[in-house]
Design a protein around this ligand. Structure first.
Ligand code: ADP
Length: 257
């Protein structure tokens, strides 16, 4: 009987071990797939502006462009594409740093109100370009966080609220305290996000309207960076949105780490 019991225990343990090995393999395969997809998407996204840049340079080198205005226009386009590439590389580096977690994340007492003001002031020209008014309500709050990450979080949410808005539209940012958390709400009166896309917009490179996104620029990585940052602090993000009415992003962050 003793031997029989022991055999059973060994069989059970072996089965469990084989199950967890299988699960780990599956997880590794899944992560490999995600990484492959990310590299393939990132390469494609970098190749597109590069191809345009090469095309314009070839045209400028040829004898086909005599007009000075046309030459200036091509140079402007080259600059824009190069800027897109710089932004994309910046976002890819940001994601890689957030994922490897080896980044030295220094936490300090971040005063939210001046930081939000700084971000909004820097985005005023963009808001003007899109004919959008930007307003903020912010309690004098302090949060233990990394200032650069907080700036990135505000920037990405507010830039989207401006870019995916309508002329004459509004963006309202409200930051308040909720017990041990702070609540950041970024609301816009823009184009909204269809129900079926609401989960997917946090995926890397996912865009609802590829045409519009190309026109307004951006890397397709902004919200996945936001999600990473929110997760890093053990917070959460919710979204309410209605097509052609607007979107509301709500971020909950613990004040102390
Ligand atoms: P992008 O650089 O394309 O803006 P993001 O990751 O920031 O990348 O956003 C992913 C997609 O989610 C956008 O392409 C857009 O389709 C949609 N989106 C994000 N924010 C908003 C918003 N405030 N209103 C409407 N659509 C939005």
């Amino acid at each position: 009987k003793y031997e029989y019991d022991e055999m059973n225990v060994i069989a059970e343990t072996t089965m469990q071990m084989s199950k967890s090995v299988k699960e780990s393999m599956k997880q590794i395969e899944f992560e490999k797939l995600i990484r492959q997809e990310f590299f393939s998407n990132a390469s494609h996204e970098l190749k597109t502006p590069l191809t345009s840049i090469c095309g314009y340079i070839e045209l400028l080198e040829s004898d086909m462009v005599h007009d000075d205005n046309m030459r200036k226009d091509f140079l402007k386009r080259i600059k824009k594409e190069a800027e897109n590439m710089t932004n994309l590389i910046g976002d890819i580096l940001m994601i890689s740093r957030l994922e490897t977690k080896e980044a030295e994340v220094t936490l300090s007492d971040v005063r939210i109100s001046p930081l939000l003001n700084e971000v909004c002031n820097s985005l005023e020209p963009l808001a003007k370009e899109y004919q959008v008014t930007l307003s903020t309500i912010c309690s004098p709050l302090v949060i233990k966080a990394n200032e650069q990450q907080m700036r990135e979080l505000f920037n990405n949410l507010i830039i989207n609220a401006i870019k995916y808005n309508k002329p004459g539209g509004k963006v309202k940012v409200t930051i308040s305290s909720e017990g041990k958390e702070i609540l950041i709400v970024v609301e816009d009166t823009g184009v909204g996000i269809p129900k079926e896309a609401q989960q997917r917009i946090f995926e890397r490179f996912y865009r609802v309207d590829k045409g519009r996104s190309k026109k307004v620029g951006g890397t397709g990585l902004g919200l996945s960076i936001v999600k990473h940052i929110v997760n890093y602090y053990g917070g959460s993000i919710e979204l309410e949105s209605k097509v052609m009415e607007g979107s509301k992003f709500m971020v909950h962050l613990p004040r102390e780490q």
